[in-house]
Design a protein around this ligand. Structure first.
Ligand code: 2IT
Length: 445
């Protein structure tokens, strides 16, 4: 079967899973050429096998809230592909979480993890639990109840979860505590752990830092520097924080951050105090960015608007999937934006990507740009397995090297005859070739 036939069948079989279908379609469209050049892949039905997760666990999570009321949520873990290493990928706690979203995230994770050059397969999990407004004790009870089910299906050489939207250091702590108690082992079964109990230095910063390192490579190749550029960032979570911090350190002006409630226009750029306040805002668990403008009067809050309404050179979506659509892309392009580096997973809709590519604007996909996060998780696994801990400089040096390699792979597989670099194609083809070859070599399993 060719890629269009496979896609057509998937659309019938999983008609309700729109995010999953979107992620698969994007990959299949970009790898079609190489797939056709490798009849051995088609013969081994590599794509048919790759789009189907190895297994999915669904479980009930019951817990008691602070009012003594019993709450029920659904927990999931999608173990997608283990061709090149144990399943690896984050846990997302958000009311929108469902099978389609976790399958899209798990599918993307396969290629992203392959790009890092580290031995990690693809997986993803989470729950429809809404952390917004929950007390610390409620978060702990939920995490413990979640792990009470999940622990049997994960392990340091089997499946290693981490954080994602709604899951940060605090949640990883509660999840790890329960895992350790049940499994009676202190191993690297989760990443993003605390620094005193097996966590890697630089892991909290890694996704945002890695993304900015990637952007530096994109710019250098065009003879440009990040210093002095205006950067618009969406979100104000852990990833947005890391990106804002590194971009500011390198002399860029982060002129927008945003939340579900609207955008902060910050024409003066960030400083240490503002960046520290981003963390405070996130810790407040209220999911609003408006208080930033109350604290810093040089910034303005524009309710209901996205970060893409602010004039910028470089756009970095750092929040959710499909947060930048075709109209947003048109607005950015009209305002003179010349680079979009997706930091969220599938942050741009297919229409937005088409607009950027049509305008020959630099665009790079999340699975390349944000891979520094999971790469540093991979480095955390290595340190745990070796029972050692590397210095921040050592981890940052390795992160730099990994991002440079990923950029190199994208350029190698994505440079078009006219010189335009199709980073989306480059990332998908590079990741696919590695996983497909591994699957072929391991036989029909
Ligand atoms: O989307 C991602 O790559 C993550 N949420 C991080 C996954 C990880 O295992 O560190």
């Amino acid at each position: 079967m060719n890629t269009s036939e496979i896609m057509a069948r998937l659309k019938v079989k999983h008609a309700n899973e729109k995010e999953y279908l979107q992620a698969v379609q994007e990959v299949l469209e970009t790898i079609e050429d190489v797939y056709n050049q490798h009849p051995e892949f088609e013969e081994a039905k590599i794509i048919e096998r790759l789009v189907e997760p190895d297994r999915i666990f669904t479980f009930k999570v019951t817990w008691v809230d602070d009012n003594g009321e019993i709450q029920t949520n659904t927990g999931y873990r999608v173990q997608f592909n283990s061709a090149i290493g144990p399943y690896k990928g984050g846990l997302r706690f958000h009311p929108s979480v469902n099978i389609s979203i976790l399958k899209f995230l798990g599918f993307e994770q396969i290629f992203k993890n392959a790009l890092t050059t580290l031995p990690m397969g693809g997986g993803k999990g989470g729950s429809d639990f809404n952390p917004k407004g929950k007390s610390d004790a409620e978060i702990m009870r939920f995490c413990q109840a979640f792990m009470l089910e999940l622990w049997r299906n994960i392990g340091p050489d089997t499946d290693v979860p981490a954080g994602d939207v709604g899951v940060g250091g605090r949640e990883i702590g509660y999840l790890f505590g329960m895992y350790k108690k049940l499994a009676r082992e202190h191993t690297g079964v989760l990443t993003g752990k605390g620094m005193t109990w097996g966590g890697s230095l630089i892991r909290p910063e890694a996704t945002g830092f890695g993304a900015v390192y990637f952007v530096q490579h994109m710019l250098h190749l065009q003879g440009k520097d990040i210093k002095g550029q205006k950067v618009a960032i969406s979100g104000f979570g852990n990833v947005a924080w890391g990106a804002a911090l590194k971009a500011t350190q390198l002399g860029a002006h982060v002129i927008a951050i945003s939340g579900p409630d609207g955008v902060i226009h910050n024409p003066q750029g960030m400083n240490d105090e503002k960046i520290a306040y981003m963390l405070e805002l996130r810790r407040s668990n209220n999911d609003v960015v408006a208080p930033f403008a109350e604290k810093f009067p040089d910034a303005t809050f524009i309710p209901g608007k996205k970060a893409w309404s602010i004039k910028c050179d470089i756009a970095m979506p750092c929040a959710y999937q499909n947060e930048l659509n075709g109209d947003d892309a048109k607005e950015l392009i009209a305002n003179g934006t010349w680079c979009c580096a997706e930091v969220s997973n599938m942050g741009c809709t297919p229409e937005a990507i088409a607009e950027f590519q049509k305008a020959r604007i630099m665009f790079a996909p999340g699975k390349a740009v944000n891979a520094g996060g999971v790469a540093t998780s991979g480095l955390e696994m290595t340190q745990n397995a070796m029972h050692i801990s590397w210095s921040a400089e050592e981890v940052d040096r390795k992160l730099h090297e990994i991002m440079s390699n990923i950029h190199h792979s994208c350029v190698r597989y994505g440079t078009q005859p006219d010189g335009y670099i199709n980073y989306l194609k480059g990332a998908n083809v590079a990741g696919f070739m590695k996983v497909a070859t591994a699957m072929l070599e391991q036989g029909v399993i």
